[in-house]
Design a protein around this ligand. Structure first.
Ligand code: RB5
Length: 148
């Protein structure tokens, strides 16, 4: 599976840890930046990861900022992207099973490293259930085409 990952300065260290963690498991990881702890603007990195997912360049995306809030809001502006801000494994599992989330958002200032890694594991190892949830995901997609 191919994963793109991106963060602002607040998420930089956790991004590096997650990138190495995934590469060690054989994932192909596309790093969209940032590449240092120098202060940057999170929307740019949320957008870059989200666009790589919506373009089909990668299978899933991971975005990280201090809280995970700003970068998840940014990623969700890109058509076709369903970014889920998760603070525990249950949310990560359910975001896949029920929402078919294709981007995981994490808050580096909210989570410890071990918890963040277990959230990543839960997200990447859980499949969408389909069924009635398919209809709801389509309703989300309708908002993208009809929302002003
Ligand atoms: C950066 O200081 C911080 O605002 C950002 O990482 C994020 O938490 C925004 O939602």
């Amino acid at each position: 599976m191919k994963i793109s990952i991106g963060s602002d300065h607040a998420g930089y260290e956790l991004k590096e840890i997650i990138k190495e963690y995934l590469e060690n498991q054989g994932y192909e990881v596309v790093d969209k930046g940032t590449y240092s702890k120098e202060s940057v603007d999170y929307p740019l990195y949320g957008e870059a990861v989200a666009k790589s997912v919506s373009a089909g360049e990668v299978d899933k995306g991971i975005v990280i900022c201090g809280t995970g809030i700003g970068i998840s809001i940014s990623a969700n502006k890109v058509k076709g992207v369903r970014a889920a801000l998760c603070t525990n494994e249950y949310m990560a599992r359910m975001s896949r099973k029920h929402n078919d989330a294709n981007v995981l958002a994490l808050g580096a200032r909210v989570l410890g490293v071990d918890l963040a890694l277990s959230i990543v594991d839960a997200f990447l190892s859980t499949e969408f259930e389909g069924g009635r949830h398919e209809r709801r995901v389509h309703l989300i997609q309708n908002i993208e085409s009809t929302g002003l």
